[in-house]
Design a protein around this ligand. Structure first.
Ligand code: HEM
Length: 447
């Protein structure tokens, strides 16, 4: 059984706030797939092509950031017991600002339009400032932070750095100011985005949700207490070493060494997670576990791609290893971990909200569906197989883009479409049961 004893709903925002983030995210995934269908192999020609940058941000901002921001707004009060100040206002502002800002950035990249890039800087800047301030206030109000709260704090700081550099890059491209080292800035930006914001939040949240949802033993104490902090420190040291070496044109050896030490930390997390999942008490393999296995196994594989690229740079004549690394980290690690998590969070929040309402109203005549009834396995598992095929095709498309870019895109479109549809079914079911509760409450009053 789920252990929900430590969870509190009192200060949680209305469920419509996280739901709108979760339902919009697959639409951005779908848009990314459409972009790949439209432009085909061109997208894969270089990581610097406008189409590749547009696709990257449709996923990193449109899918990943929307899911993560929505989940944090909701999970923070539930898991840590702290309210996000003005959460309804924050949700109402941040969701549209991030959505239109992402679209603006993507259009700006694709059309090379300075106006759209400027618009994106304003919208994304405003959205993220509001979000980081509100969530930051809540996180730093926690008196005795547990490892999950610490992980969230570190992730939020990394988001701040990622966004700041992203805005600087976009301002430079839009004609607002000039940028001396775009290559340097971009590399620092993407490392803070992927190894900071995305990875630290996933690690912090896993400390709580893996034992809770998958009924596994706890992560080891040293890992929970040390890993997020050490990784953030590692990122800061790596940045200093990398920037100095880049500008002074000296050896990048020490920054590589620092990155390798950090990668050992990520791999330790991956291996521990797999081992804990092996020891889970409920031996059923549910869909979240399937997605998680792919995401976790892809962590050391991405590391191998990176290492091969550094050790044998000549291989890049045959295959663009930077592109392969980007695809494996974004499509192989981040997407499945969040996709799997969504299949737990959305039915869980639906059940938890309704059950709390039912108890508060003392209205036992309405049957509240359990999590599996909200989100049955079969359609989610079908989506998992399509996702897996999409991943294999997208990875292979880096090697033979002419043949495989469009088939990969079609599979991605089907996968995101199915995810969106499945989540929508949960939300519709939630609304149905919610109105049954309303009716029961009115008839109780009438009676
Ligand atoms: C305010 C938000 C953001 C803005 C304005 C922004 C802007 C940019 C810009 C302008 C570039 C291209 C640099 C160039 O061509 O010179 C870039 C690259 C990149 N950004 Fe962002 N970004 C933002 C957020 C993020 C986030 C949150 C992530 C990841 C989680 C991310 C991941 C990346 C990656 C991976 C690249 C490199 C793409 C490649 O090399 O193929 N960005 N970003």
């Amino acid at each position: 059984m789920l252990n929900t004893a430590n969870l509190s709903l009192e200060q949680a925002p209305p469920i419509s706030i996280p739901f709108r983030f979760f339902l919009t995210a697959p639409l951005f995934g779908l848009a990314a797939a459409m972009l790949l269908i439209w432009y085909g192999p061109e997208v894969m020609t270089s990581r610097w092509s406008p189409q590749a940058l547009a696709l990257t941000h449709l996923i990193t901002l449109g899918f990943l950031a929307l899911v993560m921001c929505g989940a944090l707004l909701q999970m923070l009060p539930v898991l840590a017991g702290v309210p996000v100040p003005q959460v309804v206002l924050v949700g109402n502002l941040v969701h549209p600002l991030l959505s239109v800002g992402t679209l603006g950035l993507v259009i700006g990249f694709l059309l090379g339009s300075l106006q759209w890039l400027k618009f994106a800087v304003i919208a994304l800047g405003a959205g993220f400032v509001i979000y980081i301030l509100a969530v930051g206030v809540a996180l730093w109000r926690v008196k005795q932070p547990n490892p999950t709260v610490t992980g969230m704090r570190m992730a939020l700081m990394a988001l701040g750095v990622t966004v700041l550099i992203g805005l600087t890059l976009a301002s430079g491209l839009s004609g607002w100011g000039t940028l001396n080292y775009p290559f340097l800035y971009t590399n620092v930006h993407l490392v803070w985005g992927m190894l900071g914001w995305v990875a630290l939040l996933l690690i912090g949240v896993s400390f709580q949700v893996v034992p809770m949802f998958q009924v596994t033993p706890e992560y080891p104490g040293w890992m929970r207490n040390l890993l997020p902090r050490s990784l953030l420190l590692g990122l800061a040291i790596w940045t200093t070493l990398y920037v100095t070496a880049f500008i002074d044109r000296t050896t990048l050896f020490w920054s590589f060494a620092c990155l390798i030490i950090m990668l050992v930390g990520y791999i330790a997390f991956a291996v521990t997670t797999l081992m804990l999942q092996q020891k889970r008490r409920r031996k059923i393999t549910d869909v979240t576990l399937l997605f998680w296995r792919v995401g976790i196994v892809a962590i050391p594989l991405s590391f191998m791609v990176w290492a091969i690229g550094r050790m044998f740079p000549k291989i890049t004549v045959f295959v663009d290893l930077d592109m392969l690394l980007g695809v494996s980290m974004i499509f192989g690690v981040a997407i499945p971990l969040l996709n799997g998590m969504l299949y737990k969070i959305v039915p869980f929040l639906s059940w938890f909200h309704l059950q709390n309402r039912q108890l508060a109203m003392m209205c036992m005549s309405v049957q509240i569906p359990n999590m599996k009834q909200f989100m049955p396995d079969a359609p989610a598992i079908r989506q998992f197989w399509i996702y897996l095929a999409a991943l294999v095709f997208t990875l292979a498309a880096v090697v033979v883009p002419d043949w495989l870019a469009r088939p990969a895109a079609v599979l991605l479109a089907v996968s995101f479409g199915m995810l969106g549809y499945n989540l929508l079914q949960v939300v519709l079911r939630f609304r149905e049961v919610s109105s049954e509760l309303d009716q029961a409450a009115t008839s109780n009053q009438d009676g």
